[in-house]
Design a protein around this ligand. Sequence first.
Ligand code: SF4
Length: 117
Amino acid sequence: MNREIICISCPMGCHLQVSGDKDTLEVTGNKCRRGIIYAREEISSPRRVVTATVAVTGAEGISRIPVKTTAALPKAHIASLLNHLYTLRLSSPVPMGEVILSDYEKTGISVVTTRSV
Ligand code: SF4
């Protein structure tokens, strides 16, 4: 398997050439060791921090509140999480950092608000 992926661990955005599988992985194009770690995770268990908005009622002039996962979520869970978040309705007041979903799909990852409304 030969693939090019972009390391998103820092703003440099190195283009990594990845070959082999998870046991024989070879990575070039990385400017630092974090690129190798990123490539290994991306091949074996890709994850992303998820940001979204959730509907909120009772706040004048504001209809949605921004939220994010507390850590990078396995990509396989992202679509179902977003679908779930878009069905939620919160009621103002909602403080920043409020946990609105806890231990999503037993991943140990929660979803919290990133501002107060
Ligand atoms: S390989 Fe290192 S320098 Fe390049 S984007 Fe990743 S973290 Fe940044």
